[in-house]
Design a protein around this ligand. Structure first.
Ligand code: PMP
Ligand code: GLN
Length: 384
């Protein structure tokens, strides 16, 4: 914990493990960032923007060129229409979008439902908001929610349901029936839905269905995404929200005091990315699928029991068959044992549920083919 009185805030597992990778020279399959650059058009657009003097505060909602591109992208891929002037907001990555949304739309004591394992920032910001975090388990190996668990978790106390689809860390992609049930429950209990769709284009033979497209969802859904994963620009931190105007205004009121505005020269560049032809988006998913398959085969060869991610950057592997019951301990030793960094799935769950996930390790496959091959070979040391 750094400041304040909030005992639920700890240093992030990603920072800890990436520091370990730097200190030991191990291959970093921990933090989810690509080790290759994305499309040249996007990179050059940012360089050009800097040269052209796009270097001062942009407008609070975001630059019109990006607001228009986000709106056009939603229409092109999902048939969703959002007014770029009132229903779209640019944020400092999906992280700020999530923080501003949760802080704007919850009050102390409200319940916020997420699936578990959950992306770590959800738990931290729910705690900062003084809200109560209720979880619905995703159990190995399929990591799909049980519908009765969902019905039990969402009640009249629920203010927000956060749906991360495709899911980090498990790689699950939710089917239409599950999404329809979430929308139905949101209606019954008068709550709002927040989606985290940062891996929206990175699914492997499974259709990504934005919840906002489900009948009855649009008026109560805040949809969040980011350019980081789609264009290999995680360090640019350009994210966005699409939501009905009234909800968006409440979120903007918080966002202006978090960062005010962000990343002027990166905004027109991400706009270029969002306008790339369909082939770009299909190829990005195809290349990543090849990487998933390569690492999955490597981990299986080592003796991990692997699961089968349908989307996203990560694969969950069970280290129990190799004799490691505690993945958190294994991950701290992994650079020394095998020259590889990974993160324990227990970092994505509440302490009192950690036992269920104790032997599971998350590996990122959004890395160069040669890094994945080398890591697979080095990990063989675990089975010797
Ligand atoms: N949500 C999920 C599920 C993520 O995996 C990440 C990490 N990229 C984020 C949000 C944060 O995205 P950004 O870097 O755009 O803030
Ligand atoms: N989303 C990435 C991950 O899950 C990076 C997150 C971060 O560094 N905060 O690894």
């Amino acid at each position: 914990m750094l400041l304040g009185g909030n005992g639920q805030l700890r240093p992030s597992i990603f920072a800890e493990m990436s520091a370990l990778a730097v200190a030991t020279g191990a291959i970093n399959l921990g933090q989810g960032f690509p080790d290759e650059d994305g499309p040249t058009e996007v990179l050059e657009a940012a360089q050009k923007a800097i040269r052209d003097g796009v270097n001062q505060y942009p407008p609070g909602r975001g630059m019109p060129v990006l607001l228009d591109a986000i709106s056009a992208h939603q229409e092109r891929f999902y048939d969703l229409t959002w007014d770029p002037g009132t229903e779209v907001l640019v944020t400092a990555g999906a992280t700020e979008a999530l923080a501003a949304t949760i802080l704007a739309l919850t009050s102390e004591g409200d319940e916020v439902v997420t699936f578990e394992p959950f992306y770590d920032s959800y738990g931290a910001v729910i705690a900062l908001a003084g809200a109560r975090h209720v979880t619905v388990p995703l159990r190995a190996p399929a990591f799909q929610p049980d519908h009765d668990d969902l019905r039990n978790a969402i009640t009249n106390q629920t203010r927000l349901i956060i749906v991360n689809d495709p899911h980090n860390p498990t790689g699950s992609v939710f089917d239409r029936e599950t999404l329809e049930l979430i929308v139905e429950l949101a209606h019954v209990h008068h709550c709002l839905i927040v989606t985290d769709e940062v891996y929206e284009h990175l699914t492997f033979g499974h259709e990504h269905i934005p919840i906002a497209t489900i009948p009855g969802a649009r008026e109560r859904t805040i949809s969040i995404s980011s350019g980081g994963k789609t264009f290999n620009t995680t360090g640019w931190k350009v994210g966005w929200i699409t939501a009905p105007a009234e909800l968006l205004s409440a979120i903007l009121a918080v966002k202006q005091f978090l960062t005010y505005v962000n990343g002027a020269p990166f905004q027109p560049a991400i706009a270029v990315g969002l306008g790339l032809p369909d082939t770009y988006f299909h190829q990005a998913a195809g290349v990543l699928q090849g990487k998933r398959d390569l690492l999955a085969a490597g981990l299986a060869r080592v003796g991990f029991e692997i699961t089968h991610p349908q989307g996203g950057y990560f694969i969950v592997a069970d280290a129990a068959p190799l004799g490691f019951a505690n993945a958190a301990e294994l991950c701290r030793k992994l650079p020394a044992l095998a020259g590889v960094v990974a993160v324990p799935v227990s970092a994505f769950v509440h302490d009192d549920h950690a036992n269920e996930y104790a032997s599971l390790v998350r590996f990122a496959y959004c890395k160069k083919m040669e890094s994945l091959e080398q890591a697979s070979t080095k990990l063989l040391a675990l089975s010797r």
